[in-house]
Design a protein around this ligand. Structure first.
Ligand code: GLN
Length: 457
């Protein structure tokens, strides 16, 4: 009850699209009864969790922050939501995002931008962005109204807002957590992400949602062993090989983030880890390669929104073609439309080889960089975002928009390779905003990855 009240009261950040008050109250009441009769289902029983609004929730609006799905209520729960409910968690509501998870700021939602909680003045027109596209989920956690939140991560959408909002954000290994019911962006890269205030809380949520699901054919079949991290005072990093990929020191990296990265690497070395520079020469191609693959998959994924089967239907019924066109033109924003057009161009018979197939080959090279680096390092330490959270007024300027893809420079490669990555808040910048670092590991290395995250948090 208290938590729901807080969710409703923290409206000024615009973190939630829908607060599922009635359902959450029922779930909370049931949890209380279980607690009284000593039948709590798990450590998440009764715990408030928010879910990004691109995960299907039975009979609760699932909008993807788009006019296209403004009135869409799915008939089923995404596996992640169902598993949280089965663990007794209370799903308090659906969080804001960039339309169809396309973006890195949570500024392109039909419900308006989400505001970062840090240095946020409720009455000011300008504010620091929350990052994105899971900005609503990050703010639901950072504002203290939720224990944890579910985001999605295709190129950085969980880690980027986690970094800007000063919370922990995990992108699990591709296939470890089911995508069933997650509205797709890039099927071969999408994963549900987890945001919470500390690493132990992330682990509790991961333990509840991970593991095989027969409704997602890309879900790993290997049984998932629940993760138990040692207590912080029993942790050692002696002999742990940590790689510092030099190519992540890129053009727009701020001095403050660079210094912090150096400082933590030095500290880890002083405390017994073997820290050394490694090279991943194809890193710089990740963003452009991603944009080709993303646009191609978007062109195909968005084809289902035709104004007939799902979502918005325009009044224009002169012809079926006209109905499709007007529905799509009216209900998608310019970013979605742009990606559909470009994607279809890349997929034309005469272009397919040149763009799509070429991008797949570059993706393979980026994946190979990771395969090779694991011979020298067990984990990699990099920045998550290049700067602290930008001001909204700066972020939405045209020139910065064009550079927007750079937001994902450090996070995107992990999605190409499918490997796990976590963003951990480290300290505050001179301006009093959170700065974070990212740790990456090989496939299914979550226990080791999260142990190091806990060590440095
Ligand atoms: N910023 C990237 C994009 O716009 C990644 C988004 C995401 O991870 N969902 O596609």
């Amino acid at each position: 009850g208290a938590s729901l009240k807080k969710v409703i009261e923290t409206k000024q950040f615009n973190a939630f699209i829908t607060v599922s008050k009635n359902e959450a109250e029922k779930q909370a009441e049931a949890s209380l009864q279980r607690f009284k009769s000593k039948q709590s289902k798990s450590d998440l029983d009764g715990v408030p969790i928010a879910v990004k609004d691109n995960f299907c929730t039975k009979d609760i609006k699932t909008t993807c922050a788009s006019k296209m799905l403004e009135n869409f209520s799915p008939p089923y729960n995404a596996t992640v939501c169902q598993r949280l409910l089965d663990a007794g968690a209370v799903l308090v509501g659906k969080t804001n995002l960039d339309q169809f998870a396309m973006g890195s700021g949570t500024v392109d939602s039909i419900y308006g931008p989400t505001k970062n909680v840090w240095k946020c003045k409720a009455d000011s027109n300008d504010f620091h962005i929350a990052g994105g596209s899971s900005g609503g989920s990050a703010v639901a956690v950072a504002s203290g109204v939720c224990f944890g939140a579910i985001g999605s991560d295709t190129g950085g959408s969980t880690r980027n807002p986690a970094s800007y909002c000063g919370v922990v954000g995990l992108k699990p290994t591709y296939g470890l957590v089911s995508r069933h019911g997650l509205i797709p962006l890039v099927n071969s890269m999408d994963v549900p992400g987890i945001l919470a205030r500390n690493v132990d809380d992330v682990v509790s949520i991961l333990n509840a949602v991970a593991g095989h699901d027969k409704q997602d054919s890309t879900c790993l079949t290997k049984p998932f062993k629940k993760i138990r991290l040692p207590p912080a005072n029993k942790m050692g990093i002696k002999g742990l090989k940590i790689g510092i990929p030099i190519e992540y020191n890129c053009e727009y990296l701020s001095d403050e983030v660079l210094d912090m990265w150096d400082e933590i690497a030095q500290t880890l070395q002083n405390e017994g880890a073997i820290v050394k520079e490694v090279s991943m020469p194809h890193t710089q191609y990740s963003i452009v390669c991603y944009s080709v693959l993303n646009q191609c998959e978007v062109a195909s994924n968005m084809a289902r929104y035709d104004g007939i089967e799902y979502g918005y239907r325009a009044d224009d019924d002169h012809s079926t073609e006209k109905l499709y066109a007007v529905s799509r033109r009216t209900a998608f924003n310019d970013i979605v439309k742009n990606r559909i057009l470009t994607g279809n161009y890349f997929l034309l018979g005469r272009n397919y080889e040149k763009y799509f197939n070429q991008a797949l080959k570059v993706r393979r090279l980026i994946m190979n960089d990771f395969d090779n680096v694991w011979e020298d390092a067990q984990l990699l330490l990099t920045p998550t975002t290049l700067t602290e959270a930008p001001l909204y007024s700066d972020f939405i300027q045209k020139t910065n928009r064009d550079q927007c893809a750079f937001q994902d420079f450090c996070t995107q490669p992990a999605n190409m390779a499918g490997i796990p990555a976590v963003s951990v808040p480290i300290k505050l910048s001179k301006n009093g905003l959170p700065l974070s670092l990212q740790i990456m590991g090989r496939n299914l290395s979550e226990p080791m990855l999260l142990a190091l995250a806990k060590y440095i948090e």
